[in-house]
Structures are given as structure tokens and as C-alpha cells.
Design a protein around this ligand. Structure first.
Ligand SMILES: C=C1C[C@]23C[C@H]1CC[C@H]2[C@@]12CCC[C@@](C)(C(=O)O1)[C@H]2[C@@H]3C(=O)O
Ligand SMILES: O=C(O)CCC(=O)C(=O)O
Ligand SMILES: [Fe+2]
Length: 341
């Protein structure tokens, strides 16, 4: 009810494509994983371009709104989430992905479900495979954690629940800054801020094992995130890249203790295109096993997905968030274009 899980019940992933590669056994890149990559733009110093915003700065609300408008992606520091907790999330994620493949397969995401181990949801849209394995947490993770660590599941679950508990108010605060900068009534801002209360937020743990030839490989194919805001930690290892027509692919430099904030499609729709959703991809490394983890902040599925400023000509048609998520699950990259007026 009211949750993103139901969207995938209607649009299941097929199991044969849901199983990641057994990375433990690979010495070279199989053809199934070789991509014709658009090159990165190394001529620009992206560390001087993408904003890194100190949330304790008195002007933080404006800086956040400005960054979301110009980039759709930015980083935040001094956000109040304890570094120790962030490190625990990373080490629990490593503990999970370091398990033998046959153990991880015991918690494989079933086709109609959101939670569990497997390839990215977007995988079926591409004829090449990604150098990636993921673990998605929605609601409780006790069931899966008990299967993986029958006698020692609590540290994993407690860490993830504590993380989600800390991320939600942070994401709400950012959303509040962004909505307040739009020309909409205060009550509407309030309704939207409260609409995220009904949902628990999804956590995604990502693993990109070392790759014998990273030049022709993608960790995650180019995509935009679907919901309102994604808050992601890159765990000090580069890999995330961002695309804009005028600059091409640039790296998002890892900043210790920071979260990368991405605008998702739903927020692009609410803002009538003022906050463009960030198009991003992930590259991989030859020697390092990169971990990243993200918190996806979304509203209830019953909320309307439509431009909020009624004084403007809407650029997107009105629908519910549920409807938009279903269109995205079915059409991936084409989804936003399909709902444009
Ligand atoms: C709450 C979400 C957000 C999802 C779907 C669902 C659970 C897993 C998320 C991701 C995580 C990996 C990239 C992505 C593109 C994917 O394939 O699965 C994300 C997607 C989205 O933002 O669309
Ligand atoms: O690993 C990363 O840096 C990005 C992951 C990502 O884009 C996602 O989980 O949606
Ligand atoms: Fe993403």
C-alpha cells in the first residue's frame, strides 16, 4: 500500500537476468560485459565545478536551491550524520558483498520484489551487463540478514535502520529548502514535506568489484533516479560520473564524509523542470573494490506527480507518483519524455 514495492509486483524482473556475475571467478572481461563507452571529459576540473555545500552555512538553503537548479547534483558536508555511522554502513556493506556468491544467492531478490540481492533494476533495458551487484533494503532487513548471518545479524540491521533514521530528516530538510525556493504556497510545501512521512525510504548498497579491464566496462549504465532525492556516499573511491550536454561526462570527486545529492525525476516534474534530474553513470576500477550506498527519498505512491506552481504553464502531465514509477519501470530512459506535454 502506498509503497514503491507494489510497482514492481506489476512489472517483475525476469529471474534469468536478475543474477549478477560470479565476480570471484573472473580473470578477464567477458563480451557480455563489454560496452562501447562514451568517453569522459578530463579537460575540465570537476572538483571546481560541482558545488560542495556546507549545510551549517547561513546561506545553505539558497546554495542548495541554486545547485539543484544549475546542476541537479551537488555534495553536502556538515550534514549531521555521524561519520562513525557512515563508516559502519560501509563496513556492513563490505561484509555482505564479501560473502561467497552461494550465500548471497540465498537472498536473491525475487522478480516481483524490491528488496534483496541482485543486478540493478535497470539491467533488463540493456543488452550488455553491468559490473555491479546490489542489495536493496526496504522496510525491515531482518529476514534477509538472518539468512546470511543466523547468529550475527543484528549489527547489520541495526546499522541500516539507524542510517535510515538519520537520513530521513536530512532528506526532508533538503526537500524543504528546494520546495520553498519555488513559487508555491507554504501549505503545499508542508503537505509535501509530510507526504514523505508515510514511507520508510529505500536503502541501496552497491558493489563494484575490481575489474581486469575497466576501460570497456560500466558499473551502472547512464540513468536518472526515479524518486525525489537520492543521497549517496561514494566511500572515498571515485566512479560516479555526471553528464550534461554542454560539458559531457565529468567525474564527481569523492569528498570524505560527504553525501552526493541527486535530483530524481519526480522532483523534476514537481518543479516543472526547474530542478533537472541528474543523468549519471558509474565507472569501475582495476584494483579497488568500490562500495557505494544510497538513500532514496520518495513521497507516498498516492501523491500527485505534477508541477506544483500553478501560475506556470505545466511542462508535464498530471499523474500519481505510482503511475510515474510504473511508466519508469516499463520505459526507463524514455519515461520523462513520455509524460512531457
Ligand atoms: C527506490 C528505488 C529507486 C531504484 C528503484 C527502487 C529500488 C532500487 C533503486 C535503484 C538503485 C540502483 C540504480 C537504480 C536506477 C536501479 O536500477 O535501482 C535505482 C532505482 C531508481 O531510482 O529508479
Ligand atoms: O555508485 C554510485 O556512485 C552511484 C550509484 C547510483 O547511481 C544509484 O544507486 O542509483
Ligand atoms: Fe543512480
Amino acid at each position: 500500500m502506498g509503497s514503491i514495492t507494489e510497482v514492481f509486483k506489476n512489472d517483475p524482473l525476469h529471474l534469468d537476468s536478475a543474477i549478477p556475475l560470479d565476480f570471484d571467478t573472473l580473470k578477464s572481461v567477458p563480451e557480455s560485459h563489454e560496452w562501447a563507452l562514451e568517453p569522459s571529459n578530463h579537460s575540465l576540473d570537476s572538483s571546481k565545478m560541482l558545488p560542495v555545500i556546507d549545510l551549517t552555512h547561513p546561506d545553505a538553503p539558497h546554495l542548495v536551491a541554486h545547485a539543484a537548479r544549475t546542476w541537479g547534483i551537488f555534495q553536502i558536508v556538515n550534514h549531521g550524520v555521524p561519520l562513525g555511522l557512515m563508516q559502519s554502513v560501509e563496513s556492513e556493506a563490505r561484509r555482505l558483498f564479501n560473502l561467497p556468491t552461494q550465500d548471497k544467492m540465498k537472498v536473491l531478490r525475487s522478480p516481483e520484489n524490491l528488496a534483496g540481492y541482485g543486478v540493478a533494476r535497470i539491467a533488463p533495458f540493456y543488452d550488455k551487463c553491468m559490473w555491479h551487484e546490489g542489495f536493496t533494503i526496504h522496510d525491515s532487513c531482518v529476514g534477509h540478514a538472518k539468512i546470511l548471518w543466523p547468529h550475527d545479524y543484528e549489527s547489520f540491521c541495526n546499522t541500516m535502520m539507524e542510517f535510515r533514521h538519520k537520513m530521513k530528516p536530512l532528506a526532508d530538510q533538503l526537500l524543504h529548502y528546494l520546495l520553498k525556493s519555488l513559487n508555491i504556497p507554504g501549505e503545499l510545501v508542508q503537505i509535501w514535506a509530510e507526504s514523505t512521512d508515510k514511507v520508510s525510504g529505500t536503502i541501496q548498497l552497491n558493489s563494484y568489484p575490481p575489474c581486469p579491464d575497466p576501460r570497456h566496462v560500466l558499473g551502472l549504465a547512464p540513468h536518472t533516479d526515479t524518486l525525489l532525492l537520492t543521497l549517496l556516499n561514494q566511500c572515498q573511491i571515485s566512479g560516479l560520473q555526471y553528464f550534461r550536454d554542454d560539458i559531457g561526462w565529468i567525474s564527481v570527486p569523492p569528498v570524505p564524509g560527504a553525501f552526493v545529492v541527486n535530483v530524481g525525476d519526480t522532483l523534476e516534474i514537481l518543479s516543472n523542470g526547474k530542478f533537472p534530474s541528474a543523468y549519471h553513470r558509474v565507472t569501475v576500477n582495476e584494483n579497488k573494490h568500490r562500495i557505494s550506498y544510497a538513500y532514496f527519498h520518495g513521497p507516498s505512491m498516492d501523491s500527485p506527480a505534477e508541477p506544483l506552481d500553478k501560475a506556470e504553464k505545466p511542462l508535464y502531465r498530471s499523474m500519481t507518483v505510482r503511475e510515474y514509477c510504473a511508466i519508469k519501470a516499463k520505459h526507463n530512459e524514455e519515461a520523462l519524455g513520455l509524460v512531457k506535454l
